[in-house]
Design a protein around this ligand. Sequence first.
Ligand code: GRF
Length: 200
Amino acid sequence: MAGRIVVLISGSGSNMAALVEACRRRDLPGEVVAVVADRDCLGVDLAAGYDIETVKLEPVGFSSREEWSAALRDRVADFEPDLVVSAGFMRILSPVFVDAFTGRLINLHPSLLPAFPGAHAVRDALAAGAKETGTTVHFVDNEVDHGVIIAQERVPIEADDTEEALHERIKEREHELLPRVCRDLLKGKVRRPGADSDAG
Ligand code: GRF
């Protein structure tokens, strides 16, 4: 049976789309059953175009971040996901969410963590004069852009790079990396935090 994947997004959703297409090509034993966003964004329209259920849950209207996080947790849990993928979701996930999906929640981050955590990873790598950067998929824990690293890909930085050009080259690698990591996870080839024994 196909693994049930929920993707969390806030932006263009190109990684979500790459994952959907990989699932539809049967490159991995999974299906994106829902796309959940914290705002109106291009990715939600893209997901609707793929005929995938979309949910928009904005923090506005909730009395606290905790209350919004609990609602987000419940909404995502309703889809009974085997995997929850944060791919460009621009909110910090609080423990009430993270702890509900231990070993099932991964994040895609555009740097070679632990270098350049945070919301401006590509800009920060350029500003630091780094010669290379890349992308990381990691399990999410209760520290920002932290948690067991599953896989990384390196991307060289060119002398005349702009943030946009560099981020586009990083995304090209991410579009291949994310489906590959999801495949390995759904096939039980990655040891998950919180698992009692080796996943196999
Ligand atoms: C990706 O580069 C991801 O690493 C970062 O946000 C970007 C999302 O891009 N967290 P997209 O919305 O998938 O195009």
